[in-house]
Design a protein around this ligand. Sequence first.
Ligand SMILES: Nc1ncnc2c1ncn2[C@@H]1O[C@H](COP(=O)(O)OP(=O)(O)OP(=O)(O)O)[C@@H](O)[C@H]1O
Ligand SMILES: [Mg+2]
Length: 365
Amino acid sequence: MPAKRLRPLAPPPAPVVRESPYPGLDLLPSAILLLDVEFRINHANPAAEALFESSLRNLRGQPVDRQTQSEELGLLLEEALRGKWSHRSQELELSFAGRERVSMACVLTPIEQGDNRVLLELRAIDQQLKVEREERLNEQAEANRELIRNLAHEIKNPLGGIRGAAQLLEFELPDKRLREYTQVIVKESDRLQSLMDRMLTPHRPPHITSVNIHEVLERVRSLLAAEFPRKISLVRDYDASLPELRGDKEQLIQVALNVARNAAQALLGAGTKNPEIVLKTRVVRNITLHKERCRLALDLHIEDNGPGIPESIRDRVFYPLVSGRDGGSGLGLTLAQTFVQQHRGTIECESRPGYTCFKILLPFS
Ligand SMILES: Nc1ncnc2c1ncn2[C@@H]1O[C@H](COP(=O)(O)OP(=O)(O)OP(=O)(O)O)[C@@H](O)[C@H]1O
Ligand SMILES: [Mg+2]
């Protein structure tokens, strides 16, 4: 059979290179948008396209305040149109492509050029500030851990001697009634010993395996339900599609338990009506954790409707020995922070009367 003659393929069309009307803007590293009188995008330079994760073609005609979910930006743009000022710099919380809100340095300049009315420049300050803040917190936490380690060792050493001497003394006492005093020494030494042991525990090496965060949270729920029976409603709000984490399961249980137990203690301590703790899991994409770009991370929230963290200690709750509770040792959150940091994650809290949220971010890989 004669071979079938194939028709030669048509040459590929030459790529269409469109000249940008704003070559100068397109070279700038910060995101620049030109907006019309209704704040619709006329032009976005390549840095803005990257920020919005969308092409100029898709962005054109979209109202920028709606795209960034910011009413505040809308108000500033209105002021710009009314000619209230010649230029304005402000830090705003914006959201891009449905992602987590980030702080951006925004500069708005009213212009009159064709149908462009405002030039908006956006620069991410969040990254830089967040990295610096994290670094500072890490250094602080490391210094605290070192201090605690040394202090705990120094206290632990003579404790054994004190306890032993009290027991020897007890045998020598002529009057049995005096034993009450030596018993106090023994009991208090034991209490101090167990406190020191708690201070020293974070230094065991982690045992890393695949961990299902929802199993961790279910364990915490059942532990809390046993400790505070029927008093508090423990609400699950899980994203069932989450992948598994790499981590130390016991440590992660300890983290969630320490945070949730604090919530339970605060709720009961304040006698909150309809006390509720919510355990919420979500994913976040493209964030920076400990200076590393992280494509996918777990966003775990432990929320309660209790009285809030006392204002006097709100900035220091993660510091060791800071407690706002009678009988609290002030170590639960320090330990939680140590474990989270060992997992290359971060823990933060937001608190006001009626709402406290501990937000834990952990990378998935
Ligand atoms: N959800 C919360 N609501 C109100 N206050 C809270 C909450 N979480 C923490 N706190 C406050 O922060 C303090 C520090 O908590 P942390 O767990 O570090 O120590 P602690 O609970 O006092 O002692 P422990 O070492 O036994 O955990 C608590 O004493 C409490 O005052
Ligand atoms: Mg605690």
